[in-house]
Design a protein around this ligand. Sequence first.
Ligand SMILES: Cc1cc2nc3c(=O)[nH]c(=O)nc-3n(C[C@H](O)[C@H](O)[C@H](O)COP(=O)(O)O)c2cc1C
Length: 200
Amino acid sequence: MKKILHVISSLNGQNSYSLALGNKIVEQLKESYPESTIVEKKLVAEDFPHLTEDRWQAIITPEENRTAAQKENIAIQDEAIKELFDADILVVGAPLYNFGIPSQLKAWIDHLAKAGETFKYTEEGPQGLVTGKKVYIAMSSGGVYSENPGYDFVSDYLIKVFGFLGMTDVELIRVEGVAIPELRENALNKAEKEFAEILA
Ligand SMILES: Cc1cc2nc3c(=O)[nH]c(=O)nc-3n(C[C@H](O)[C@H](O)[C@H](O)COP(=O)(O)O)c2cc1C
């Protein structure tokens, strides 16, 4: 039994490739770990907010000095960090939009990276505090970047930022080439097979 956090960040609703792959990963994890629980974090559908000036000021204000509005403003960060620590496994849907991750996914990461909670600075450098997690990234892209990552600013960024927070056990699976007619049909199938091999 595992606690799975499925992060969804596509603009494409039920037609999303990263969602389809993420769902497949979750389904197979449930077979491997019966009775697992799933929390779905729908960053786009539920309009996860960006770090605004107000929210950042609330974050850096000592707890005892926060106004009622600031306390309310900061609750979203507390909840996101709690969901992260609660999870054993993260399945992160990561569409490639304009060469990077969706801005809501970036906003979620901006809320998670909190010094003293999810990472800390030591004499040896920064140290991630979110350890013992497995992360599967379900990446999707119109083009093919696996062989020539030039304009893929998704995979390297996510692997590094999760690693920075302490999540170093990361597998990235790609549904790629969905904008290329000859590749589209088989793209999801190929990614699902790749994941099945990883799980085996
Ligand atoms: C706003 C937007 C920007 C995109 N930018 C790129 C891009 O820069 N490179 C690319 O290969 N595909 C790009 N695509 C195609 C997506 O990567 C592709 O549709 C992928 O399936 C998106 O994931 P999703 O299906 O989970 O939403 C873009 C799509 C959208 C909607």
